[in-house]
Structures are given as C-alpha cells and as structure tokens.
Design a protein around this ligand. Structure first.
Ligand code: C2O
Ligand code: CU
Length: 456
C-alpha cells in the first residue's frame, strides 16, 4: 500500500504513542492463592523448519518451531513468559489473543510497549483467570509475522476444585495422552495455519493418525490462526461444540454431519467419546486427522462434507441468563461501518480497508469510562469478510442481522462479519487501558482497518 507500510497498525513509529505508557497497567507478579508460577522462555528467531512431510521452509519461530511451544496453565496460576528476540529484524511482541490480560501485558507495540528488537527482552506476566482455548502471536508487523510462524497456543485448564475435567495433556499433534482424572482422556490443541503454501494442523502438514481407546473422552481444540475462515467437519462420531473462543456454551446439543466455519482468530472446542470399532476423521477442507480405536478398525466413512449444513452458533445450545442484554441501558454506543475505498491516512489519500470511511490511524478513538456498558454495532458494506476482534474484553453477541441468539449465550472475541451483515455486541468496560479494536484479517488491519478503544 503506497503511503502505508506494512505493519502500520502495529509499528511504533507510525502513530502517536499514548500520552503515558501503560506501565500503570502491568499485571501482578504472584499467582492467586493455591496457584503456581508457570514460567516459559520464548526466543524469537529465524530458522529452517522441517515440516512433517519433509519439506523445509524458512520461518520466523519461537524456539525454532512452528507453531511455538504450547503454553498451558491452570486457573489461578501466574503465567510468566520471557520473550527474547534473537534476530527478527522488524521486532516482536506477544499478544494473548482473546485473553483479557492487563493492558500493559497486551503486547501491542507503540501502544502498550515498544517492539522487542533483536537482542532485547520483555517479560509478560498475567494471572490465568479464565479457563479455555486461546492463542498467542506477535503483534509487530503482525500480518507478516504470524504468517511466517510467530504464533502458538495458550490453554488454561479449569481449577480442579471447580469440578471441571482438567486438560490432561495438550500438544500440537503429538498425540500424547495421560491422565489421572478422566482415564485416557485425549486433549489435542490443533492450530490450523496456512504456512509457506501448505495447510498445517498443529505441526503436521499432511494427514496424520492418533490411536484413541474406545470410550475415551476426546477434546479437539481447533484454533484458526489464518486470515480467512477455516472450514472443519467430523465424520464417524457425533460431537458437541463445548466452547467457542474459550467460553463454555450452555447445554450444547449433539451434532452430526455438520460443517463448522471458524472465523480467523476464533477457537472451537469439540468434545465426544471415542466410538467403538470405528475411526473418526477430522476434515479441514481435506482429510487432516484420523483418530483410530486401534486394531483393524474400519476407516472413517469418506463423506462429502461440503454438502452438510453449516453450524450456526446463534441457534445452538440452551438459553441462560446473562449479566446484561439488548434491553439494558447502554452508557456508550459505537457504530463501525466496514468497507473498502479511498481514505485519508496521516493526511494522504490511500486505498484502504476502512471504518466509517477512514483508515488507521485517522479513525477516532472510542472513549469509554470504567464500568460503562458498551454497545457496538458492526456493519459490513464491503465484499470481504471481516473477523472483528476487540482486545482486552470478551463481547456478548446481542444480534446478527436483527436476530437475537436463540441458543446459548454467545461470548466471543472474534466474530465474522460477512458481507452485508450487521452484528450488535455488548461488553462491560472493566479492563482499563488502551486497546486495539481491529479486523483480524491481519492484512486488512495493516491496510487501515483498526482503531483504538481508550478509557478516559
Ligand atoms: Cu489476535 Cu490484535 O490480535
Ligand atoms: Cu477485514
């Protein structure tokens, strides 16, 4: 984009820094009572990565791998991640996608910290207060950085006392299983990524197989780390969507022969018991993962998943009370009309992805006060899908095209606003700081589709 270098959204030099650094909003340095400290060291560096197929690609990595090391914790733990940049020339940060960390830990260069340049370090600390499936990625030249491999998963298990089944093991396709609580539980975290021209699930760029004992509870955590929606389908087993964007759904019903469409940045957790005597196939546009009960199991049926109806989260599960809703009095209302066209950015015209006719950094900041109940309307007048993502807050979906959800309350941090659609969402402004509010097609964000939400 002429006049708009890639990485504009996230580069420190391209927009005005906040009046004061957000260091006032750094996280605590101790776990909650009963929690432990989960320490990780991530080194960002260029590396030649050997994919499962044997192909070698040049990548930007954390600790030499794509995806980076899985980060796991239990609710109440302190997560402490020391980021070191060895040789990523444009700089690196860590953003905890969907995780409502204190603003000073949010990893947005030029906003909450300076980018970590080669030879430098930055240590992130936050309490793991929410259980669920999340991910992390660099937020400096994020379109290029994430595409090159600077991302990984973050999974927080429920506090054992809360009665949930803790994740026994998470892994990117390693298939290790262990367990003390739910015997032989299988818990796989599967970031889906288009990488160097291949489609990878976890660290596997070709179909792969895991053996699972019949009857074992299986949890597949699907994470879309791409810029565009990803389609998934499961054949050979009925399943439930237990959670979306890390939030459990209320009374999720059983699904069969249903296609799933994950927004860019979104997460779906699928759960089911491993059926006896038959393989289960996870299809991600093409066969990706086969779970087999072992022995001479008949293959999962090769079904034509493209014809299956598409899952709609707005009509799934059972209604439940929410802390606020469409009929509440809102303290602030914001409308964002998404489109594409000529816009002014830093005073000069450019072709951009726009919000209300303007491009970053010329889109007015949305101002809220702590405690406000905030209403947002997002309208897509363009021809591209825009996965809308707000940092630091999880929003409750109030309606899509005027229709309220008829199923479970739906809390999301990234929702696909398809061409022509209108979404209304709400959230409580309870996390002071300054936050990005942007399209998670990161190439769109780099081309202007981003703004700030600030607490006055
Ligand atoms: Cu997942 Cu501002 O990003
Ligand atoms: Cu977009």
């Amino acid at each position: 984009m002429p006049g708009m270098p890639s990485g504009t959204v996230t580069s420190a030099s391209s927009h005005t820094a906040p009046d004061q650094p957000v260091t006032a909003f750094r996280g605590p340095s101790t776990p909650e009572p009963g929690g432990t400290i989960r320490r990780y060291a991530l080194t960002a560096r260029t590396a030649t990565v050997r994919l499962a197929s044997g192909r070698q690609v040049e990548a930007w990595t954390f600790n030499g791998t794509v995806p980076g090391p899985p980060i796991t914790a239990t609710q109440g733990d302190l997560v402490e991640v020391k980021l070191h940049n060895a040789d990523i020339a444009s700089g690196v940060t860590l953003h905890w996608h969907g995780y409502d960390v204190p603003a000073g830990e949010d990893g947005v260069p030029g906003l909450t910290q300076e980018a970590v340049m080669p030879g430098q370090e930055f240590t992130y600390r936050f309490r793991a207060l929410q259980a669920g499936t999340y991910w992390y990625h660099t937020h400096e030249v994020s379109d290029l950085g994430v595409r090159m491999g600077l991302y990984g998963t973050l999974v927080v298990s429920p506090r054992p006392a809360s009665g949930g089944t803790p994740a026994e093991t998470t892994g990117t396709g390693t298939g290790e299983t262990s367990g003390t609580r739910a015997r032989n539980a299988v818990d796989l975290t599967l970031p889906a990524h288009t990488f160097a021209g291949t489609t990878a699930l976890g660290d596997q760029d070709r179909p792969f197989t895991r053996q699972v004992a019949p009857g074992s509870p299986v949890r597949l955590r699907l994470v879309n780390t791409d810029n565009t929606p990803r389609g998934f389908a499961l054949s050979g087993a009925a399943f439930r969507v237990a959670s979306i964007d890390g939030r459990d759904l209320n009374r999720p019903g059983e699904l069969n022969r249903t296609r799933l469409r994950l927004p860019a940045g979104g997460r779906y957790d699928l759960v089911f018991p491993m059926p006896p005597g038959q393989a289960v196939l996870l299809v991600d546009d093409r066969p990706a993962l086969t779970l087999t009960p072992g022995g001479p199991a008949p293959a999962a049926p090769a079904e034509k998943t493209a014809a299956w109806p598409e899952f709609d989260p707005l009509s799934y599960g059972g209604p439940a009370p929410t802390p606020f809703g469409a009929d509440d009095r809102f303290d602030r209302r914001f409308t964002m009309v998404l489109d594409r066209g000529l816009a002014f950015s830093n005073g000069s015209p450019m072709y951009a992805h726009t919000v209300n006719g303007r491009a970053f950094p010329s889109i007015p900041t949305q101002l809220v006060r702590k405690g406000d109940l905030v209403h947002m309307t997002v309208v897509n007048r363009g021809r591209d899908t825009h996965p809308w993502h707000l940092h630091g807050h999880t929003v409750l979906v109030l309606s899509r095209d005027g229709r309220e959800p008829s199923g479970s309350p739906l809390w999301m941090d990234t929702f696909d606003v398809q061409p022509g659609q209108v979404w209304e969402v709400a959230f409580r402004a309870d996390n002071p700081g300054i936050w990005m509010n942007h399209c998670h097609n990161l190439s769109h964000a780099d081309m202007g589709m981003a703004l700030h939400l600030d607490y006055d």
